[in-house]
Design a protein around this ligand. Structure first.
Ligand code: TPP
Ligand code: MG
Length: 337
């Protein structure tokens, strides 16, 4: 087994904070593993893009967010939903297309929303959520509150034209939006090296006057720290900020990807040397914050939550036929969105 790189030493992080990150990241990982299993059993149909490997990105940024802040992302969205506090049962039941799901079984993996948690999707069109994120930020600015929007997108999406039109307007209007580039090094089977000659995606913001930085996305503490800086920048009315978070997805692009464009060794090396959950586990153990038995108990607690969500998702009925005709047009114009 390859040597693990030393986990970052951050002595001023409390035990509770570390345990929180550990739990949250583990919940996403176990949930995604279960979703993969249910997909294999034919209980989940359609598209399903797993977030395994990228857990520190959403968990770190959610730790920097406050109540009322908004988030919007792509189709690789289960982690974002869980990290912002959506119910694993409702998410899993949506994956299985059941009535108990967040979109009453009509949206599936890529189309879930929660107004309560300020989660605005779940978007299957690459990059589409970027201008939507700027629009959400525009609405907060217009209303005069100090809320911030996190608009997540991938390294592949970062090559799209609409991203740069959005950058321009967001900076022009000082919109409180954090553009989070989840650079997991691949867009389907295309590596970043094959899609662009610039190896720094965040620096493109300079053309529009937007500040930003690159962040180690396998280190939840680094992500949280960068997130706090970005949030403070936006909340203070300084306009948008870009975080290019360098991460890695362990699984294929979606469930139907045999991942022939990279070697098994490449994935294995990342898992063994950089895994974000293992990093926190090591900090917990080396700081004497948790014993192996404590961690085992947390693992069981998380497993139970995930198993319950899967049971709920299997037992929830399929939506009635009449559901085909609901939620097509808004019944009324929302006043408080
Ligand atoms: C406009 C559009 N073009 C192409 C696709 C097909 N497609 C789906 S995901 C994807 C790759 C996007 O990669 P990236 O932005 O890096 O996000 P990741 O999947 O790595 O999270 C492509 C090309 C699509 N869904 N929408
Ligand atoms: Mg990508």
């Amino acid at each position: 087994m390859a040597a693990r790189k030393a986990a970052p030493k951050k002595p001023n992080v409390s035990k509770d904070e570390l345990l929180h990150y550990y739990r949250e990241m583990l919940l996403i990982r176990r949930f995604e593993e279960k979703a993969g299993q249910l997909y294999g059993m034919g209980l989940i149909g359609g598209f399903c893009h797993l977030y395994i490997g990228q857990e520190a990105v959403v968990v770190g940024l959610e730790a920097a967010a406050e109540e009322g802040d908004k988030r919007v992302t792509s189709y690789r969205d289960h982690g974002h939903m869980l990290a912002c506090g959506m119910d694993p049962k409702g998410v899993m039941a949506e994956l299985t297309g059941r009535e108990g799901g967040y979109s009453r079984g009509k949206g599936g993996s890529m189309h879930m929303f929660s107004k309560e948690k300020h989660f605005y999707g779940g978007h299957g069109i690459v990059g589409a959520q970027v201008p939507i994120g700027a629009g959400l930020a525009f609405s907060d600015k217009y209303k005069g509150n100090d809320r911030v929007t996190f608009a997540y997108f991938g390294d592949g999406a970062a090559n799209q034209g609409q991203v740069y039109e959005t950058y321009n307007m967001a900076e022009l209007w000082d919109l409180p939006v954090i553009f989070v580039i989840e650079n997991n090094q691949y867009a389907m089977g295309t590596s970043v090296a094959r899609s662009t000659k610039s190896n720094s995606l965040w620096e493109r913001g300079a053309a529009y006057g937007i500040e930003g930085e690159a962040v180690d996305g396998m280190d939840v503490l680094a992500v949280k720290e960068a997130g706090e800086k970005a949030v403070a920048h936006c909340r203070a009315g300084n306009g948008p900020y870009i975080l290019e978070i360098k991460t890695y997805r362990y699984r294929g692009h979606s469930m139907s990807d045999p991942a022939k464009y990279r070697t098994r060794e490449e994935v294995q090396k990342m898992r063994e040397e950089r895994d974000p959950i293992e990093n926190v586990r090591e900090l917990l153990v080396s700081g004497n914050h948790a014993s192996e038995a404590d961690l085992k108990a947390i693992d069981k607690e998380i497993k139970d939550i995930v198993n319950e969500s899967a049971e709920f998702a299997k037992e929830s009925p399929e939506p009635a036929l009449e559901e085909l005709y609901t939620d097509i047009y808004a019944a009324e114009v929302p006043q408080d969105a």
